[in-house]
Write a protein of this length. Structure first.
Length: 239
């Protein structure tokens, strides 16, 4: 366990250095960027160690793994983000522990999350997941709505009890015009964020960047980076 602790501490320090260097290069303050550690496929014991090491935001992408883990860690001062494609039949479980859902991408999911959040007496922050590999109003391979669908979803979230509109999220696309152009993709997300904030000034979160491309996300102006592998190691299985 102390070996694992040392490993996580060392990895975390390296990621911290990368974020700081990226902030310096971009002329941004370190406090402008929040690190979210993606703990998917890793055990609750790792989450506990990360919390002891000062991590305050964690993310998960599968409800069946996340729900028991969040239960085991309910004594820790953590903010839980849900970042995976979300089926409406999982919404009831997810709103019990998720402080934010970053993968909001269709009206049916918004109405279900709203109903379940109200029922659970919770307020859930929502990010619209933007698919930059989709047609304007279409949907992405890995979830997300095309840029043309943001406004409708944003207005729906903003008007839904139990939900709070917090901003936008994206995953750098593997196909389409932004394939291999992470920074350009993240810059496009920033433009979309600026447009969103004209109607919804408080929705100022921009979640972009993972282990491989957090520098490009910070350079583009992301407020949140989601880092898994670089902190926890290569995942033992797909997730
Ligand atoms: C797994 C995952 C991450 C983290 O990816 P790494 O490459 O391990 O840093 C970030 N965002 C989402 C949506 C993920 O599913």
């Amino acid at each position: 366990m102390t070996e694992r602790r040392d490993q996580l501490a060392a990895n975390l320090a390296k990621v911290e250095e990368r974020i700081t260097a990226a902030c310096v290069a971009a002329g941004r303050k370190r406090e402008e960027v929040t690190l979210i550690v993606v703990t998917k496929t890793y055990p609750a014991s790792d989450v506990r160690v990360l919390s002891e090491l000062g991590v305050r935001h964690v993310a998960e992408n599968k409800d069946q793994d996340a729900a028991p883990k969040a239960d085991e860690c309910s004594d820790l001062p953590l903010t839980w983000h849900f970042v995976g494609q979300l089926q409406t039949n999982k919404a009831r479980s997810v709103v019990r522990y998720a402080d934010l859902v970053q993968s909001v991408d269709r009206p049916k999911l918004v109405t279900t999350l709203s109903n379940e959040a109200v029922r659970a007496g919770r307020e859930v922050g929502c990010l619209i997941q933007v698919a930059l590999d989709a047609e304007e109003g279409g949907r992405g391979d890995r979830g997300g709505v095309g840029p043309g669908g943001i406004e409708e979803l944003a207005d729906l979230v903003a008007g839904s009890p139990g939900l709070r509109l917090d901003g936008l999220m994206t995953v750098a696309p593997l196909t389409g015009p932004y394939a291999g152009r992470e920074q350009a993709a993240f810059e496009r997300l920033m433009v979309l964020s600026t447009a969103l904030r004209r109607a919804h000034p408080a929705a100022n979160m921009v979640s972009a960047g993972m282990s491989a491309d957090l520098e490009q996300a910070v350079a583009a102006g992301a407020t949140h980076v989601r880092v898994g592998t670089a902190v926890l190691g290569v995942r033992p299985r797909l997730g």
